[in-house]
Design a protein around this ligand. Structure first.
Ligand SMILES: Cc1cc2nc3c(=O)[nH]c(=O)nc-3n(C[C@H](O)[C@H](O)[C@H](O)COP(=O)(O)OP(=O)(O)OC[C@H]3O[C@@H](n4cnc5c(N)ncnc54)[C@H](O)[C@@H]3O)c2cc1C
Length: 297
C-alpha cells in the first residue's frame, strides 16, 4: 500500500489565517485544496510537505460571480460548481466545454480550479482555457494582493509564480462584447487527460461579424509556450472569419508548438491534433459569437 510520509495538519479558518499558517510553517508547508493531485503525489513520495494547510473550509474562496464587467471565480470553486454556474457558460461557453471533459464526476466534485492551476501540469485543461481567455490571476501574500496575467502564471512544468507564503485566491476574466469561445480535446478515453486540446476565444467586429478583431488561442499538452499559440493569434487579428483563416491559424499553431512523444502518442500526431483542434474550436467559437448580437452563448 502507498502511504504518505508523516505530515502535520492544520485547518485554516480564513484567508488571513491560511496566510498566517503559511508564514508560520515556512516553505515546507503546502496548501491542501481538493487533494486530487497533492495526495497521490505524497503517496508516491514525489512531494513530502512537512505541513498541510487545509483550505477546504474557506467558503470565501468558493464563488462564481459577475461583477464590474468581469467573471470572477474563487480559487476554491470546485470543477462541478463551475460546470453548474450558468453565468460562466453564458459569458464563456469554453469554461463549460472544458469542464465537461475534465476527469470524471468524482474528481470534478472535489477538485478545485485553484488546485488545477497551481498543480501546473502541462496537460491541465484549464491552463490553456484561461490563457485563451486572457484571464487574470489574483494572488494574496503577507504584503497584500497582486495580479498576474494567466500567460505569466506558469513558469514551467509543475511551477508557478505563486511563492511560498502566498495563496491563489481568484481568477477573473473581462467580459467584452462580440465574443465567442470553445474548447476541443482529444483524449484516449472518456475522463482521461488530453492527448492534445485547443482553447479558442474570438471577438468579432460588431458591425459586420465578419472580421476577427481579437483572438486568444490556447493549447494543452503540446509544449506551447505559456499554453498559448501567440503567432496564430497575431495572424487572426484583423483576418476574415473564414475557413481559410481557420486553416492558416491551425497550420501556424501546429508549427509553433513543441509536443513530446510519450505514452499518449507520437509528437507528430499531437502536432497534427494541435492544428486540427484549433480549426474546430475556431469554427465553433465564431459560430457562437455570431449567434446573437452581443456574442455568446
Ligand atoms: C483520475 C484523475 C483524472 C484527472 N483528469 C484530468 C483531466 O482530464 N484534465 C485536467 O485538466 N485535470 C485532470 N485531473 C486533475 C484534476 O483536475 C486536478 O488534480 C485537481 O482538480 C487539482 O485540484 P485540487 O483541488 O485537487 O488540488 P490539490 O491536489 O489540493 O493541490 C494541487 C497543488 O496546488 C496547490 N494549491 C491548491 N490550491 C492552491 C491555492 N489556492 N493557492 C496556492 N496553491 C494551491 C497545492 O499545494 C498542490 O501543490 C485529474 C485528476 C485525477 C485524480
Amino acid at each position: 500500500m502507498q502511504v504518505p510520509a508523516y505530515v502535520e495538519y492544520e485547518k485554516a479558518t480564513s484567508v488571513e489565517h491560511a496566510l498566517g499558517l503559511l508564514a508560520k510553517f515556512g516553505p515546507e508547508a503546502r496548501i491542501l485544496a481538493g487533494g486530487h493531485s497533492l495526495i497521490p503525489m505524497m503517496k508516491l513520495r514525489l512531494v513530502q510537505p512537512e505541513t498541510l494547510i487545509d483550505i477546504n473550509g474557506l467558503s470565501e474562496l468558493s464563488y462564481v460571480t459577475v461583477d464590474n464587467g468581469r467573471l470572477r471565480i474563487g480559487a476554491l470553486t470546485r470543477h462541478a460548481q463551475l460546470l453548474d454556474a450558468a453565468a460562466a457558460g453564458a459569458h464563456f461557453a469554453i469554461l463549460h466545454d472544458a469542464e465537461r471533459v475534465i476527469a470524471d464526476p468524482v474528481v470534478r466534485n472535489w477538485g478545485t480550479i485553484g488546485g488545477s492551476l497551481c498543480q501546473a501540469d502541462p496537460s491541465e485543461d484549464l491552463s490553456a482555457t484561461f490563457a485563451a481567455l486572457k484571464a487574470t490571476m489574483i494572488i494574496r501574500g503577507p504584503g497584500g494582493s497582486r495580479t498576474v496575467p494567466a500567460r505569466e502564471f506558469h513558469t514551467g512544468a509543475y511551477q508557478t509564480v505563486v511563492a511560498p507564503g502566498e495563496l491563489l485566491t481568484e481568477i477573473s476574466i473581462a467580459i467584452r462584447p462580440g465574443g465567442g469561445s470553445a474548447y476541443e480535446k482529444v483524449g484516449r478515453r472518456v475522463g482521461d487527460w488530453p492527448v492534445a486540446a485547443a482553447a479558442v476565444a474570438v471577438w468579432l467586429d460588431p458591425e459586420t461579424g465578419g472580421t476577427i478583431t481579437d483572438a486568444g488561442l490556447g493549447l494543452t499538452a503540446v509544449g506551447a509556450r505559456s499554453f498559448a499559440a501567440a503567432e496564430a493569434e497575431d495572424f487572426l487579428r484583423g483576418a476574415a472569419a473564414t475557413e481559410a483563416s481557420y486553416a492558416e491559424a491551425g497550420r501556424i499553431a501546429a508549427e509553433h508548438c513543441n509536443p513530446a512523444s510519450d505514452q499518449r502518442g507520437p509528437a507528430e500526431y499531437k502536432r497534427h491534433l494541435a492544428g486540427e483542434l484549433t480549426v474546430r474550436a475556431l469554427r465553433r467559437a465564431v459560430r457562437r459569437a455570431r449567434q446573437q448580437p452581443g456574442g455568446e452563448p
